[in-house]
Design a protein around this ligand. Structure first.
Ligand code: ASP
Ligand code: MG
Length: 471
């Protein structure tokens, strides 16, 4: 079998975990395996903070302290994960990377300028540090391996720094670079997740959580049989267990359901990660590093049904609704202009709803995008007609997802009467005609309660998957 295995940050949080993951990989050494690895847990966040701090505070003392801490974290990991002679080699390599990072941070601090491009460059150090450690851990276990950056592996992106999109030439490049390594050399490459490079050689990042996308892109490029996303949970659950402790593992879901769940806040995978796999029908398996025998959840092109009808519930609880309303304007023109501006400003719209009188367009956006969104809409007065922009803060979006909802009458009725009985007010509703999900906004204080009520209403803790497939 040809398998791309991706390990997330928590799975490689320290040296012992890295060694544990390397052992898991070694169990499958009869197969052709490509490993994709995230930065060690917390590292990407700390790099983001460091970049901002260098730029705003310009303190060289802080930079020295930051890089020393980061170096120590990685040295410690090497000590626990890697044996000699690989240990000394990888230590030297880490030293060089840390040196490079320190220079970049100092440069930013002196210049007092942090561009999106330099921020991506800084963020790339997380994965550039973790991949060689993982690869050396494999070597220590007698598995031939080499570490590669996303760029080395052939992932070429546009220059939308921070949320770069891989270009289609990447598929051929990745195939040409990775296949000889796994097929001819019989080696296990360890590729940095999350990062690519522009055609002129600048490092880019694919957006937070982007290592999933690295893994699926590589899988599609080399026609892998499966992608395995190793995590610290057994798989996809019917709801976040922090909200609903009795949430149940789902053994199989479809690409489309998984994409809906990811879009609406389930932390299973990067919302764009499945795109490369759909045409080639490559399944994704979510597996638990701490419970590797559990079959986990498989994401495929088949949609099975469950007795719950609704398959899973999600919650995004830090969102704002932006309203564009008014009278006497051309609705299509205003919509086009709003979305053009949002796209330009990098504002991600999670959900939209339009009143049929064509006097109101409501959009749910992430709270972190709010400033950019409002700025993008500042001069609405100059548009034709009488356009107003307002917002509703402290909102949560709850989404019920499941292919079996399509064509089943009464689902919306059950959702809204259960919430009505509990005194929960609905602020905004949306259902696309795929009918795979019903999403609605409630006050932030009601979000978790709404998820619990619906989990009960559809008896999701007792739901049984049925092998009836929906086209
Ligand atoms: N390290 C990056 C992040 O934390 C990418 C990833 O983990 O997938 O977002
Ligand atoms: Mg991460």
């Amino acid at each position: 079998m040809r398998i791309v295995m991706k390990f997330g940050g928590t799975s490689v949080k320290d040296g012992r975990s890295i060694r544990h993951c390397a052992k898991l990989v070694s169990k499958y050494s009869d197969n052709e395996v490509v490993v994709v690895v995230s930065a060690m847990a917390g590292v990407t966040d700390s790099l983001t903070n460091a970049a901002k701090k260098c730029y705003t505070e310009q303190s060289t003392g802080y930079i020295k302290m930051f890089v020393a801490e980061l170096a120590k974290k990685h040295y410690d990991a090497v000590k626990d994960a890697v044996d000699e002679p690989y240990r000394s080699k990888v230590m030297e390599y880490i030293d060089r990377l840390i040196d490079e990072l320190e220079k970049v941070l100092l440069g930013i601090s002196y210049l007092g300028e942090l561009t999106k491009r330099s921020e991506d460059y800084i963020l790339s150090f997380g994965e550039r540090l973790s991949a060689p450690i993982f690869s050396s851990a494999l070597l220590s276990l007698g598995i031939d391996s080499l570490a590669m950056t996303g760029g080395d592996a052939g992932i070429i992106t546009n220059s939308n720094f921070g949320r770069a999109k891989p270009l289609s030439i990447s598929y051929e490049l990745v195939r040409n670079r990775i296949e000889p390594i796994i097929k001819l050399r019989g080696s296990t490459p360890v590729v940095t997740g999350f990062i690519g490079t522009t055609e002129d050689g600048n490092i880019t990042t694919l957006g937070r959580g982007g290592s999933d996308l690295t893994a699926t892109l590589i899988a599609a490029a080399i026609d892998a049989d499966e992608v395995w996303l190793w995590k610290e949970v057994d798989g996809v659950l019917t709801a976040d267990p922090k909200i609903v402790p009795e949430a149940k593992l789902i053994s199989e879901i479809s690409y489309q359901e998984a994409m809906e769940l990811a879009h609406f806040g389930a932390k299973i995978l990067h919302p764009r990660a499945l795109e490369p796999l759909i045409k080639k029908r490559i399944p994704v398996r979510i597996k638990n590093t701490f419970n590797p025998e559990n079959p986990g959840t498989v994401i495929t092109d088949r949609c099975n049904t469950t007795t719950g009808i609704v398959k899973a519930l999600t919650l995004i609880d830090k969102v704002t609704i932006v309203n564009v309303s008014g009278a006497g304007f051309d609705f299509a023109e205003v919509m086009a202009e709003v979305f053009r501006r949002f796209a330009e400003a990098g504002v991600n719209v999670i959900m939209i709803s339009q009143s049929s009188s064509e006097l109101n367009l409501s959009m749910v956006i992430d709270r972190s995008d709010l400033r950019r969104a409002m700025k993008a809409l500042t001069d609405v007065d100059s548009w034709n007609g009488n356009v107003n922009v307002s917002k509703v803060d402290d909102v949560a979006v709850v989404s019920a997802v499941g292919a079996a909802m399509a064509g089943t009458p009464g689902v919306a009725g059950r959702i809204f009467s259960a919430l009505g009985k509990a005194g929960i007010n609905i602020i905004m509703i949306s259902q696309s005609c795929s009918e795979y999900n019903i999403s609605f906004a409630v006050s932030r204080d009601d979000g978790k309660k709404a998820v619990k009520i619906l989990h009960d209403e559809f008896c999701l803790s007792d739901a049984v998957e049925i092998n009836t497939f929906i086209k």
